[in-house]
Design a protein around this ligand. Structure first.
Ligand SMILES: [Zn+2]
Length: 847
């Protein structure tokens, strides 16, 4: 290459880079090559655009705070003026210090900042959310936009363009793949018919807008770690709803949770009125206060509310059904551009109102947290959770929600409300108990989690109405009328080692025992199977000289495992710390059967197959998939129902049927029946049970006898006659008398059956469906609802008696196999921890 050529290339590249810089910040329309406003933008381009804004606006800093399961970036932009950016650390710390959650360093910040968090696209197929986010960040970050610049003088905006990139990508990739040049505003085109499982949910098909509190998903875990670093005053969650519904913004509908403050209610009205001002001007349709209540604590509005913020859901008409354009009933057409315009408007108007009310926001925010410390809400002042593996798991959830607790070191007698008995009782504390005092900054969230009887201000809600953590985790817990101030456990105390390490180095044990105590036990068993270790289960409690083997314990006998070279070392590497594992020097018991006898049953290594696809509930499929992949780490094959003909049942011994409304053909039922008779196990959840009701050879029936069935029909007819006098206005209220959006029912257990091992003396089940089945004949009715049962949360008056003496979980043995009926879904949203354990029992312990 000659020198002239080098110079001219150099000149050209300098010129080129000058042009780029001079162009500066581009609008989404200028930046994207994908027809912004007319077509959906792939996630990688949304991310590219946000990066472009961050590089070209001194109002913006950007971090990648994590990744999704499919390795897409999770992005968070911090937006304020250039001057504020230079002082951002101090602004942040000052804000946190005021509510007792900062690092205690005094900062000299002389004005009140409004901290506003904008979240887009938690539901991926509500794609107008992430689409509009690009316009929103452009408007806020554009240095030429004086209006937003003025607001930013006293505001910091935290901006997340896509909370659920995997779901958003699933939807947009699909719709781009099937979209032709011409759109179909008419409703009959595949563009309006999203295929299973849809883009609403994340990789594991979880609804991330039900996961804020439980944080079972990586997106929630990583996001909330960021949220805790800012604790915003305002959180807006941008959604979409039915295409003909206009726009919904705050204030929300009743019921409000009783711990939501007057200020939080008032501020929602102020912000809503500010939105209305702009919507009125444009003639855009909107509504407030009709649906979308504030009760269940795990949404993107309620969880922030219980963290002191003004949490709000904004819903634009749109959703997966809308495609790129859809005809409305009033003759209009709803386009992507409309969806962008409306969301952009409420985002900006939220910022405007927050900036205007920054001082009031700060005063009330500080009061919220200082009230939580000085005069906690709720029935009890502190909580004591008895030390156990399940208590450890509950403590992990407290950590995720930044709720403080300590471990007790004292043994003393106390009196408190016993969650399991439902009344006051005397108990003894023991070292390791989890003690949570409510007088702490995050005390309100704690109270919402722990209250035994949630109070509804109105019974019409579209979600579960009870979630009390002691019942979800199956722990022994007490609510105390006073703060608890026992001695704290020394955190530096060294953990006890497993006997595998301590005792077995010289003398080899005859057998090793791992107690069955929580879903962690299933996780351990999963690892043992991975190593090819053969195991047995203790069917009864058996006494040995060195200790007691409890029911359900996993027993590893040297004589079953000659193929493992160094068993104790393998166990030590596989199981790790296990203070209560037992190493038995002999199989000879002091009370009960010997290790080699019938009290210790060989367990089958499950080879599992799950049915998925059209007709199955994506949530349920996702919960099972996530349970196997992430909770216990165990292999699972998943096959679409339509491909069942290609499955060789001989490759499996466990078939899992998720919730859903799918129907098996006669020949498919025949295959399943012979699979069971030949030794297979079927686990059928909720809606899947419909395939076996009153089927030949299956015990499952809605009513135990013909008389019971006739009585129920007679009752139903009488109700219909009564309903003739109902007024039109009352129809919604009468509808709910037969509904159970989600309530906790205390179930009795057959403690001798392996399905109940380790659950406790009773099992609190989450009931989310009106399906009910009488106690079954020739079947083990293991988990049952007694007469006059205790329940928490809302069950319609008409429905309540119908659950009496029904079965929740049962095992029917057929031929050499079995079918497990799960009337309630124990894996619901993946947060019912004792349910995870119950599912593990069904998978591993039941024959
Ligand atoms: Zn949504």
């Amino acid at each position: 290459m000659n020198m002239n050529k080098v110079l001219s290339i150099l000149f050209l590249s300098v010129l080129f880079s000058i042009t780029i810089t001079a162009q500066g910040l581009k609008s989404p329309k200028e930046f994207l090559r994908t027809e912004y406003g007319k077509h959906f933008t792939p996630h990688y381009l949304v991310a590219d655009y946000v990066r472009h804004v961050a590089e070209n606006s001194d109002r913006v800093t950007l971090i990648e705070y994590g990744q999704t399961n499919e390795n897409r970036p999770l992005l968070l932009a911090t937006i304020t003026t250039k001057a504020n950016q230079q002082n951002i650390g101090a602004i942040q710390n000052h804000h946190l210090n005021k509510i007792g959650l900062g690092n205690g360093t005094l900062e000299s910040i002389d004005k009140d900042f409004a901290i506003v968090w904008l979240s887009f696209g938690v539901h991926g197929n509500e794609a107008g959310g992430s689409e509009s986010s690009m316009n929103v960040i452009y408007e806020i970050a554009n240095p030429k936009n004086q209006r937003t610049g003025d607001w930013l003088e006293n505001s910091v905006v935290l901006f997340d363009p896509s909370l659920n990139p995997d779901g958003y990508n699933r939807y947009t990739q699909w719709v781009r793949g099937i979209g032709g040049k011409i759109t179909h505003p008419g409703h009959t085109d595949r563009e309006h018919m999203e295929p299973w499982p849809g883009g609403r949910v994340n990789h594991y098909l979880f609804d991330l807008n039900r996961d804020w509190a439980w944080q079972t998903q990586v997106e929630s875990q990583q996001r909330i770690a960021q949220y805790a670093k800012w604790m915003p005053h305002i959180h807006v969650d941008f959604h979409e709803m039915g295409y003909d519904d206009g726009y919904y913004f705050a204030p929300a509908a009743e019921p409000y949770h009783k711990h939501i403050t007057d200020f939080q209610r008032d501020m929602q009205v102020d912000i809503g009125k500010n939105h209305a001002k702009y919507f009125d001007k444009e003639g855009w349709l909107y509504f407030t206060r009709e649906i979308f209540d504030l009760f269940y604590p795990s949404y993107g509005d309620t969880w922030p509310l219980f963290n002191g913020a003004i949490g709000m859901t904004h819903e634009q008409a749109g959703h997966g059904m809308s495609g790129r354009a859809i005809a409305l009933s009033n003759g209009d057409t709803l386009t992507i551009q409309d969806r962008i315009d409306h969301h952009s408007q409420t985002a900006l108007s939220t910022l405007e109102e927050s900036s205007k009310q920054a001082t009031r926001l700060n005063e009330n925010f500080v009061k919220y947290f200082s009230d939580a410390v000085s005069s906690p809400k709720g029935t009890y002042k502190s909580y004591i959770i008895k030390a156990s593996e399940k208590a450890d798991r509950l403590a992990e959830l407290l950590d995720k929600n930044n709720i403080e607790y300590y471990r007790n070191a004292d043994a003393q007698s106390m009196n408190g409300f016993d969650y399991l008995k439902g009344k006051k009782s005397t108990f003894r504390t023991t070292p390791g108990d989890v003690i949570i005092n409510a007088n702490q900054p995050n005390g309100t969230l704690l109270q919402v989690f722990m209250e035994p009887e949630p109070i509804l201000s109105d019974s019409i809600t579209y979600d579960i109405t009870a979630w009390s953590l002691p019942h979800a985790y199956g722990v022994q817990a007490y609510g105390m009328d006073v703060y608890t101030s026992t001695r704290k456990e020394d955190a530096t105390k060294e953990k006890e080692k497993s006997c595998f390490i301590n005792e077995v180095q010289d003398a080899k044990a005859y057998a090793y025992v791992i107690p069955w105590k929580s879903v962690n036990s299933a996780k351990k068993l999963s690892k043992l199977y991975e190593k090819g270790i053969n195991v047995r289960m203790a069917k009864k409690k058996v006494q040995f000289d060195v200790g007691t083997v409890s029911k359900g314990s996993i027993v590893i006998i040297r004589g079953d495992n000659y193929h493992i070279k160094d068993l104790s070392e393998t166990l030590s590497n596989t199981i790790g710390d296990c203070a209560d594992c037992i190493c038995l020097p002999t199989g000879f018991s002091s009370k009960g059967g010997d290790i080699g006898g019938s009290d210790f049953e060989r367990l089958n290594h499950p080879k599992t197959l799950l049915i998925s696809g059209r007709g199955t509930s994506p949530y349920s499929v996702g919960q099972i998939w996530h349970y196997f992949d992430e909770v216990i780490g165990y292999p699972l094959s998943i096959v679409n129902k339509d491909d069942l003909g290609r499955v060789d049942y001989n490759d499996f011994n466990t078939l899992i049927l998720p919730d859903g409304y799918f129907k098996f053909s006669e020949s498919e039922i025949k295959d399943i029946t012979s699979f069971i008779s030949e030794g297979g196990k079927v686990i059928a959840i909720a809606g899947a049970l419909g395939n076996f009701v009153e089927k030949d050879g299956y015990a499952l029936a809605k009513y135990a006898t013909d008389e019971e069935k006739k009585a129920a029909e007679k009752h139903r007819d009488a109700k219909k006659l009564d309903a003739r006098n109902d007024s039109y206005h009352d129809q919604e209220r009468h509808g709910i008398s037969n509904s159970v959006p989600g309530a906790i029912i205390k179930n009795d257990l057959d403690l001798s059956h392996p399905l109940s091992f380790g659950l406790g003396d009773s099992y609190h089940s989450l009931k989310t469906s009106r399906q009910r089945y009488s106690l079954l004949q020739d079947t083990w009715n293991v988990v049952t609802v007694p007469k006059d049962y205790k329940h928490y949360g809302f069950i319609g008056a008409g429905l309540k008696p119908k659950f009496e003496e029904t079965v929740s979980f049962a095992v029917e043995e057929k031929g050499s196999g079995s079918i497990i009926y799960m009337v309630d879904n124990p894996l619901f949203r993946g947060f019912w921890d004792n349910g995870l354990m119950l599912f593990g029992n069904a998978l591993f312990l039941v024959d």
